[in-house]
Design a protein around this ligand. Sequence first.
Ligand code: BES
Ligand code: ZN
Ligand code: ZN
Length: 492
Amino acid sequence: MKLTLTTRPLETQANDACIVFVQNKKPLLSGNPELAALLEERIKKTGFSGEFAQTLVFPTFGKIKTENIILAGLGESKEFRMEYLERAASAAVRAGKSAGIKNFATTTETGPGKVPDAAFVRAVARGAAWGTYRFDTFKTEKKKRDTFSLTFAGACENAAACRKALTEADLESQALLSTADLANLPGNECTPQKVATWAQKMARETGLTCSVLNKADLQKKNCNALLAVAAGSAQDAKIITLKYKGTNPKAKPVVLVGKTITFDSGGISLKPGKGMGWMLYDKCGGMAVLAVLQMVARLKPETPVIGMLTVAENMPGGTATRPGDIVKSHAGKTIEILNTDAEGRLALCDALSLALEHKPTAIVDLATLTGACIVALGHTASAVIGNSSELTAALLKAGAAAGERLWELPLWKEHMDDMKGTFADLQNIGKSGTAGTITAAAFLAHFIPDSVPWAHIDIAGTAWEESSKPWTDPGATLFGARTLMEWITGLK
Ligand code: BES
Ligand code: ZN
Ligand code: ZN
């Protein structure tokens, strides 16, 4: 999507459609009371609810220069969250797209009061770009790829900040949309090797460095927990490391680790058939990390960033890991694998101990780790669990600003003890069978020294959308990428 800013007022814009947000059933249009009054009348007449992500497209018949108006509901102001704005913008573009509209205009004057103009521009531009996305790689008859544009018209309270926000949104959207094409590929297409080739190409194009540990390298490094996950698959495991240098040569890096299971059948602890197909999205932690690395490569924040993808396919082949097997991890801790479907933590623990070798100021891992997270929080929020209240607070703040909802869960000694093994140091499922999301994090915490700030984000409920929503088609959401980018940009 082509994104532009102009200081000329909205009324002078001859676009196909103008997007106006509606909050508390009122059109937000502070700079244009006349048009606002007309729209308010229209809202009353049509009974447009103004609920979040509701849209209404109608023609202006020459009353103003733009040919159509698209109303986009934000719901009530007391419930407002940044994700509503981003998603409502996406819904508006999707509604416009179905009406044949390609060139959109909007204005910061339609922003909710408490959102600064620059934040409004960033969220709306990113949402609008997402609204143009379609995953049609496997459609034999592809629809024509239209080019879409969005112009922000009128005065901005801080023009330089708005321009910067627009560039950020543009580069972020390019990263999100290109990574979504990889994240949406099914397991037969998106093998660990394919992820590695994709990462290497992206690194070449953006100036990142990329290195890949293959099976033999992982064996040499004793990454036997990760290797155990791939043991039953014809595809070898890998750890892919992408490095962004940062603009401050003195700064130490942050490391982002992404669970990248290209397909999770459960292994010998086979998952039930119903719904198993969704497990092609078990790579989405790694996909979000790929998106962030692409963003930092282009937007060049101060802080160096290292992205690590721990990649494997979890299959029940003849050489697969058996429940009861014991392996020794890279860190030297032994693990009883009592359930081969709890494979994410096995893949992550080796990558986390390798991450420590980079002497990071913080480690954040992102993983579709537990079904229990969906039981606890549903599909509206991801769980965050960590060993540093500062880091957790920073991520919660970044999530709120970036339009991704995070909710903290505790990590107590009892949870740590629950993961201690009978015959080995640790076991990969808890003895109590309770607190599934927390005990999974507790397993990981056994690999992190207290001195290193670490946070784990469980994106099981948020990494993909299973049905069509006003703001998106079904498929990968790349949840986590926006929050981590917001967090990294704020680090000094
Ligand atoms: N990838 C799954 C978690 C998952 C389930 C993500 C549903 C999204 C939707 C993970 O590898 C898994 O299977 N976890 C098990 C852990 C259990 C065996 C302790 C789970 O959640 O059932
Ligand atoms: Zn699993
Ligand atoms: Zn999994």
